[in-house]
Write a protein that binds this ligand. Structure first.
Ligand code: EPZ
Length: 446
């Protein structure tokens, strides 16, 4: 579905949709299965491209992967793990950054691993320096080659002390997936403690690992020699749930998100209420709606958990274009996450971006050449436009803008959204959105 989507705006999104497991947990739990000497079973798995990419990478390494797509269950059997050629890994991985997390498990199972060149993406450089430093500190040998990076562990892997310069999610996962079967104790300071990390720790503990999490972002892991498989149900995707909530707000809609859970979304719910949105937490999900009246401008700063997630930022900014007054958004996790506002300005939004750290504490990107703060002035009516999807969350926010705009927009490159939003076309139709997928072969150029 490379296609072109036409979106007739102006209709409030109303109805019910279901979110399944978190993209940013499921892919890591799949990699963790490599560490086990027995089969694993993961439930509440969404049908999204990122899951298919990891499944193919696992199969490439000899893992048997059965995916019951309707039932949302993955069966993973790593008994016959084998190494794979870096060219194949590169081909299967595409733009996914997941191969870097295969390192620890493959070093334990095979004594070596390859990482193709991962490169950055539209939201930032996305360096992997923390990951390579971590692997070296366990005793791994990192060898940069033309096709990628070869990692080996000639003397095995030994527990170590690590202090992260920044509480990186990926670097914390790298440490967990490497430390659990390394000899001795590992202490990780300034760790990420996102709910997806906690769920990964739960999976590793089910496999036989010994992991403790202190209140001061310190995680301690006692290495064990062997791990078994796991049976686990993935936590809900709070990013997808927050995206649909912002869509409800921007379109004056009313959406029940079945499967959404409150504990992982506390910060989002506080912000949603401050903007003027209404929500109702139920045992089986959360209802989000626009209660009428004006939306309020806010000062918002993204941060690591329990702060406001950077992946909630782009969809919410669309709703802030409809809020009364000046909103300030300070993006502190990625240095380049306001590219998506170009299209919003083309649709009539008033958004100015700045290099300064506006509205919050100075961050890593302050006094450097990164436009990482935005001032959004509203309310401004949005008008339809021709849009090219830039990245996953930027693309979803463009969809929201087209749904809130007057007139018919044409959105191209829609397939990127499949990477992280399960069945988004079906969900749009379930919410009465007036959308039509036009086959790219016949679609006139945007
Ligand atoms: C994960 O990315 C998520 N991706 C991201 O979601 C999410 O935005 C991010 O965590 C923060 O919550 C997946 O889980 C697949 P980081 P990750 O390491 O692990 C810097 C989405 O749309 N850094 O916490 O790559 C880095 O540049 C995606 O679902 C280094 O400098 O994020 C960034 O500024 C987007 N060196 C910051 O840390 C390193 O070696 C946070 O990155 C590693 C990271």
């Amino acid at each position: 579905m490379s296609g072109l989507l036409t979106v007739e705006g102006g209709t409030p999104l109303t109805g019910e949709i279901t979110v399944r497991g978190a993209k940013n947990f499921v892919s890591k739990a799949m990699v963790a299965s490599l560490l086990g000497e027995g089969p694993s079973e993961l439930a509440n798995v969404p049908v999204i491209r990122d899951v298919d990419v990891v499944a193919d990478l696992l199969r490439l390494h000899g893992v048997t992967v059965d995916h019951d797509r309707d039932g949302g269950v993955l069966h993973l059997d790593p008994t016959d793990v084998e190494s794979a050629h870096v060219a194949d890994i590169d081909a299967y991985a595409g733009s996914s950054r997941i191969p870097i997390l295969f390192c620890g498990p493959l070093l334990h199972r095979l004594g070596e691993a390859f990482i193709p060149d991962l490169g950055g993406c539209r939201i930032g450089d996305r360096p992997i320096d923390y990951h390579l430093d971590i692997l070296r500190s366990f005793g791994a040998v990192v060898d940069k080659r033309a096709q990628g990076i070869h990692i080996s562990a000639p003397r095995g892997l030994v527990g170590t002390k690590i202090e992260l310069p920044y509480p990186s999610v990926g670097a914390t996962e790298q440490t967990l997936l490497t430390a659990v079967r390394s000899r001795g104790l590992t202490e990780l300071r300034n760790a990420a403690i996102e709910p997806e990390i906690e769920d990964l720790i739960a999976v590793l503990q089910k496999m036989g690992a010994i992991i403790s999490v202190d209140t001061d972002r310190t995680i301690r892991i006692e290495g064990v020699e062997r791990l078994g498989g796991y049976r686990h149900t993935a936590l809900a995707d709070r990013i997808e749930a927050g995206s649909w909530a912002s869509a409800a707000l921007a379109t004056h809609g009313d959406v029940f998100v079945r499967g959404a859970t409150q504990p992982e979304m506390m910060t989002f719910l506080n912000t949603f209420r401050k903007v003027g949105g209404a929500f109702d937490v139920r045992d089986d999900g959360i209802r989000f709606w626009h209660p009428g009246g004006d939306l309020h401008s806010i000062v918002l700063e993204t941060d690591v958990h329990p702060g406001f997630m950077t992946d909630w930022q782009q969809p919410l900014v669309v709703a802030l274009t409809q809020a009364k007054g000046l909103s300030i958004v300070h993006e502190t996790v990625y240095e380049n996450r306001f590219g998506f506002t170009d299209a919003l300005r083309g649709m009539g939004a008033t958004i100015q971006i700045y290099r300064e750290c506006l509205g919050g504490l100075p961050c890593r990107f302050g006094q450097r050449n990164f436009y990482h703060s935005a001032v959004v002035s509203g309310p401004t009516p949005l008008r339809a436009a021709d849009i090219e999807v830039p990245d996953l969350r930027g693309g979803f926010s463009h969809l929201i803008a087209a749904l809130a705009a007057q007139g018919t927009s044409r959105v191209r490159g829609i397939s990127i959204i499949n990477r992280g939003y399960e069945n988004f076309m079906g969900k749009l139709e379930a919410l009465d959105a007036k959308v039509t997928m036009v086959d790219s072969a016949v679609a006139p150029a945007v």
